[in-house]
Unconditional design. Sequence first.
Length: 236
Amino acid sequence: REEEDIDTLSQRVADLDPKSSAPPENFVEVPLSQATQDGLSASHFKTLTTIQSRTIPLALQGADILGAAKTGSGKTLAFLLPVLENLYRKRWTDYDGVGALILSPTRELAIQIFEVLRKVGRNHMFSAGLVIGGKSLQEERERLGRMNILVATPGRMLQHMDQTSELDIGNLQMLVLDEADRIMDMGFSQTIDALIEHLPRERQTLMFSATQTKKVSDLARLSLKEPEFVSVHEAA
Ligand code: ADP
Ligand code: MG
């Protein structure tokens, strides 16, 4: 029964036209799992923001994306929903290791992302962990071995990649760089380069930022494959 649902869902994703002149307006129109639909309605999310309607269909189909839209435009769901859905459609389980890694420039932003993930992802079976330091490396380490989705700051994540053997990242499907402009401004460029060295090349990468800068496009050139550039300028 469940197998059947996922196959139908995958077919609906394949049938999406991400460049459509009529992008989806309501989440119910988007081919999302029932678990995600329930999480969205419990959180009272009904209509997609512009950046969401232009990136979610592409991301569901597995494209690499560089998305730019100002602060407050809803970029968090633009990557969290594809993370949940793409792992769900791959029937990701506890045994598959880390399926998605979401990098955020600061601990505070990482915590915010994690809280949204817990809300909209509450009906999914995935395990999710925050990797932001503050606890002992050992304490974080013990939980990392069992996580499917990690929300992390770059420095702390790299520390684990270098030192935590329990970390099973070789199967990673998705890398998300949120606030890529701030990640670069805060001097994490080399840390990101080193992190990417640890990741499988065959993966989907989503990058989001509030502004488009040269540093962001340089980072995109190195980490994205034939990316779709989606930039939203809304009148204030
Ligand atoms: P950004 O990362 O672009 O700065 P956020 O993802 O933090 O934006 O979202 C900003 C605010 O908009 C949050 O309070 C969030 O709950 C709300 N929001 C996001 N998407 C939607 C939506 N589709 N419908 C209503 N509110 C939304
Ligand atoms: Mg944000």
